[in-house]
Design a protein around this ligand. Structure first.
Ligand code: DAH
Length: 340
């Protein structure tokens, strides 16, 4: 009786295994015969109804049947796996006649090239390159730079506020204050970084651009040091024949203050389209650090003096590479970038 049933299970299983066409189907067959609720398991459970003296014999037959089913199942499994792998390989044939994917190598941005040049010049003069936060307290961006509440310079820079007294810095001059508060003298630093102003985008404006701040504080620093240093910077940056000119100006945190022009490196100063007929091009703001700014940073202005300057990085890059629209610097079109 049990023998007949086993014979039937065995034939049925082998037939199903033979006919199964994929791994999933094969696994279903395994479950239905060998699984917890499978037919072989049921038979094993029915052993308890058999007379004890017949059990060993019955057990042996059951085990044999199970073994045969398992073996056939394994054989078929390998067969199906091989077939699946072959099919996959056939699908993944590589067409060696297709054009190769180009590996595209990026290109340094004109801002980066210009910044590295500025850093090379100033580190060569013994300056360190410092860093400061882009999100800044009102105190560092304005107050400590002699721009108190209600000062018109504050309006001019029409700031992005984050909280009552926290803002996106409008000028890298804030790094001057951090450096001086640090208390380590003398100071010779440049601080490049992003600044933010609520300006509309056009050919010469962007709400986010870059400045490079410079600060020197030491004993006996005079206007002559400022002029000599920035003169050297201009010549290294724009060429040996460049002349510089300092025009009086006003910045709240320097006294006296100036703007530096360089002779037009396109026409040599005769006047052309590039310099709008002026012969001169404005490059940066500078001045002697205001004694009150030194005092607020706990530096004695009787003992120490200093000079500072601020350059627009984009301005330098636009001039150096004769780019006439600032927006080109932010589009990151490779065809544009590749030219520098
Ligand atoms: N922070 C000024 C600005 O954004 C630029 C500047 C002028 C920086 C004079 C200086 C300086 O350090 O001495 O317009």
């Amino acid at each position: 009786m049990m023998k007949d049933e086993l014979q039937e299970i065995r034939e049925d299983a082998l037939k199903q295994i033979k006919e199964s066409a994929d791994l999933k189907g094969l696994d279903n067959i395994r479950v239905s015969f060998l699984g917890k609720k499978g037919r072989m398991t049921a038979i094993l459970k029915s052993m308890k109804d058999i007379a004890p003296e017949e059990r060993p014999k019955a057990g042996q037959v059951i085990n044999e049947t199970r073994k045969v089913i398992e073996e056939k199942m394994q054989e078929k499994k390998e067969l199906l796996e091989n077939a699946a792998r072959d099919a996959k390989l056939r699908q993944e044939v590589i067409d060696v006649t297709l054009p190769a994917k180009k590996r595209r190598v990026g290109h340094p941005h004109p801002n980066t090239i210009a910044l590295e040049e500025v850093e090379r010049i100033f580190t060569g003069l013994g300056y360190e390159v410092a860093d400061g936060p882009e999100v800044e307290y009102d105190y560092y961006n304005f107050e400590a730079l002699n721009i108190p509440e209600g000062h018109p310079a504050k309006d001019e820079q029409d700031t992005f506020y984050i909280g009552n007294d926290i803002l996106l810095r409008t000028q890298t001059s804030s790094v001057q204050i951090h450096m001086m508060e640090h208390g380590k003298l003398p100071i010779r630093m440049i601080a490049p970084g992003r600044v933010f102003r609520a300006d509309e985008v056009d050919a010469t404006h962007s709400p986010c651009f870059h400045q490079i701040e410079g600060l020197v504080v030491d004993k006996n620093i005079t206007m002559a040091d400022l002029k000599g240093t920035l003169d050297e910077f201009a010549r290294e940056m724009f060429g040996d024949d460049i002349k510089t000119k300092f025009r009086p100006h006003h910045f709240p945190f320097t006294e006296p203050s100036a703007e530096m022009d360089v002779s037009c490196f396109k026409c040599g100063g005769k006047g052309c389209r590039f310099c709008k007929g002026e012969g001169w091009i404005e490059i940066l703001g500078c001045g002697m650090v205001h004694p009150h700014v030194l005092e607020m940073c706990h530096i004695d202005p009787e003992e120490y003096t200093g000079f500072a300057f601020g350059v627009g990085l984009e301005r330098i890059a636009l001039l150096k590479y004769e780019i006439d629209d600032m927006r080109l610097l932010y589009e990151n079109d490779e065809r544009f970038l590749q030219q520098f």
